[in-house]
Design a protein around this ligand. Structure first.
Ligand code: NDP
Length: 286
């Protein structure tokens, strides 16, 4: 084996960074004269959503945040869901509202997001918060992109002037992340399913974030030597293991740094949700 093949990427430990953020948020919550409240709305019985909601509830409770999950049947009408959301908007004990996505097909997701009070929108998905981010101003920022930025900061990655590529342009991850990286002075390419020469675009990136939802799509020869690679993907293989959107084994041989799956971006998402709940509580309650 020659020297270049022996190089191994530094692993960016999302669990450790998330634990530090949670500890910091818990300490700030403990110092408050009130208890911040988080309401999670779950419609239907999607198995993955049930798991996410349980872990959000547990994490919030352990940090001194009053968490409540409102479980509604899959047959809930859009009008009924809007009534629940408006009730939470008016509830003074609730600082953060999160409607777990995806919603059943008969409910228009946009109509529900539009109904959430932007001041309580801890998922950062209302048009108001998305618009503020696009305008280079900060409201509440979606948790996963926020988590990616915190991982890059914790890993000491210099973003100003860096060539960054975000693979995936979803409203939840890719688009807000591109806006955050732009605000951090990176030169950003937002790639998607219609991008020509995707591998070539990826190879030019010094910072590569994959949020595409395709198991191990980013191969070793798509990644420049010493690039920083953040793998947002969570994909379950036929054998039941979790893999990211990046072929970790191939890329870790020559990248500068890489996040693992699991244990990378995932833990940051929940930690950022709790931080957003605290931010919303502080802003709302002055
Ligand atoms: P979406 O399905 O909403 O978006 C996927 C994006 O990838 C789209 O922009 C799509 O392009 C693009 N894409 C799909 N196939 C290709 C392809 N073959 N070539 C190039 N681009 C492609 O996914 P999300 O953004 O919601 O999630 C992405 C991944 O991140 C998933 O694995 C998800 O599980 C994971 N995730 C992880 C979280 C965490 O906490 N770690 C939180 C949220 C998501 P186009 O727009 O052209 O269709």
């Amino acid at each position: 084996m020659n020297e270049s093949m022996a190089a191994t990427a530094r692993i960016i430990d999302g669990r450790a960074v998330a634990a530090a953020l949670r500890a910091e948020t818990a300490a700030r919550v403990a110092a408050l004269p009130f208890t911040p409240g988080l309401a999670v709305v779950l419609v239907g019985d999607d198995a993955a959503s049930q798991v996410y909601v349980r872990s959000k509830d547990r994490a919030a409770t352990t940090m001194g945040i009053a968490a409540r999950t409102i479980r509604l049947p899959a047959t809930t009408s859009q009008a009924e869901l809007l009534t629940v959301v408006r009730g939470l908007n008016d509830d003074a004990c609730v600082d953060g509202i999160l409607v777990q996505l995806p919603l059943p097909g008969h409910i228009a997701t946009a109509a529900v997001l539009d109904a959430i009070d932007p001041a309580k929108d801890v998922d950062g998905l209302t048009p108001t918060n998305a618009g503020l981010l696009a305008a280079g101003r900060r409201g509440l920022v979606p948790c996963t992109p926020l988590g990616v930025m915190k991982l890059l900061a914790a890993a000491g990655v210099a973003l100003a002037g860096a060539r960054a590529l975000v693979l995936g342009r979803s409203v939840l991850v890719g688009r807000p992340l591109a806006a955050l990286l732009t605000a951090a002075d990176a030169t950003v390419t937002l790639a998607h399913s219609r991008t020509r020469d995707l591998a070539g675009e990826c190879r030019r990136a010094e910072v590569l974030v994959a949020a595409v939802g395709r198991a191990e799509m980013v191969r070793g020869d798509w990644v420049a030597r010493d690039a920083v690679v953040i793998d947002v993907g969570i994909n379950r293989t036929a054998s039941g293991t979790l893999v990211g959107d990046v072929a970790h084994g191939e890329v870790a041989g020559h990248a500068g740094a890489i996040t693992p799956v699991p244990g990378g971006v995932g833990p940051m998402t929940i930690a950022c949700l709790l931080e957003n709940t605290l931010t919303a509580a502080l802003t709302r309650r002055g």
